[in-house]
Design a binder for this molecule. Structure first.
Ligand code: SF4
Ligand code: SF4
Ligand code: SF4
Length: 294
């Protein structure tokens, strides 16, 4: 097959058109509709979880199930579509055959810039102005993009359902002003959970660390991880031992993916241009040879 200059220009035009389509059908990470307008930091509500105070009673776990109308007759060991908060029992012992169990409440981290929201193509997950990352099962189409995107593995698929959706804590227990604090926070008998303005909770957490340097490690988990979360943790041992990811960047994942995505068209165009150029040059040589034949 021979490629004329006109064909080459057509090929470049087709490549540009493809790029145009690629730019029009924006990947989910570019969809801004799920993101609430930015608010002043003090308007963001958060929960401080002081793991050193937790006794593992699981009252928070049960209260969550009741508040969300989920089955209470199971014995969950992990988050699921019917268990939106779990008391994770971690063995933090460093000595063999001498287990030391530390209970740690876990649920959606209600990220400040949530990856799940950025990939949801239908707006079932929404970052609210007060910090909550809400979930609407009526809107969810069960595509599971959020499960892939969440760095904490929080959204879970309801495999048992005939019409499966994902589920996660959306702080629906606070919806429509039902409560002034989450059901799990109210249920805790140890005051291990504190609900309030994120900035004030961060100040409280750092004050506890300052005043009790032997009790806490000097790190508030969620203050900076992936751009910050509204679930903040204090710990008396490393967060890795408590089962948290410690390899996360401080920049929000949607920002990382956006930066990568902005480079894709250029890389793609460069590759298409390079391939087109190689094709044109190769076939130009063929054409020249052909024209030279008597
Ligand atoms: S905030 Fe509400 S929905 Fe979320 S874990 Fe607590 S009780 Fe459950
Ligand atoms: S923890 Fe996961 S599901 Fe929760 S807001 Fe962050 S990205 Fe979304
Ligand atoms: S209710 Fe409080 S003390 Fe009990 S498991 Fe939950 S966080 Fe821990």
């Amino acid at each position: 097959m021979k490629l004329s200059r006109r064909d080459f220009l057509k090929l470049c035009g087709a490549s540009a058109a493809m790029l145009g389509v690629g730019a029009t059908v924006a990947p989910p990470a570019l969809a801004p509709k799920n993101l609430a307008a930015p608010v002043a930091p003090r308007d963001v509500r958060a929960t401080l979880i002081d793991t050193t105070k937790c006794i593992g009673c699981k009252a928070c776990q049960s209260a969550c199930k009741v508040a969300n109308g989920l089955p209470t007759n199971d014995r969950p060991v992990a988050l699921s579509a019917t268990t939106l908060t779990i008391v994770d029992l971690r063995n933090i012992s460093t000595k063999p055959n001498q287990p030391e169990i530390k209970p740690v409440k876990k649920q959606c981290m209600h990220c400040e810039d949530p990856a799940c929201v950025s990939v949801c193509p239908v707006g079932a997950l929404v970052k609210q102005a007060d910090g909550r990352v809400t979930y609407d099962a009526d809107v969810c189409i069960g595509c599971r993009y959020c499960m892939v995107a969440c760095p904490f593995g929080v959204p879970k698929y309801d495999w048992a359902s005939a019409n499966p959706k994902v589920n996660k804590c959306g702080q629906s227990c606070l919806a429509n002003g039902k409560r002034d604090k989450p059901a799990c926070v109210s249920a805790c008998p140890q005051q291990a959970l504190t609900f309030g303005a994120r900035e004030e909770l961060l100040a409280m957490a750092h004050a506890r660390i300052r005043e009790n340097p032997g009790k806490y490690i000097n790190h508030v988990y969620g203050e900076k991880e992936i751009g910050g979360t509204t679930m903040l943790y204090l710990g008396g041992t490393s967060f890795e031992a408590l089962g948290f990811r410690v390899d996360l960047p401080e920049i929000a994942l949607p920002k990382l993916t956006w930066e990568a995505q902005t480079k894709v068209p250029a890389a793609f165009f460069g590759m298409m241009g390079l391939l087109s150029g190689i094709a044109w040059w190769t076939h130009r040589t063929e054409r020249k040879e052909s024209n030279e034949k008597p």
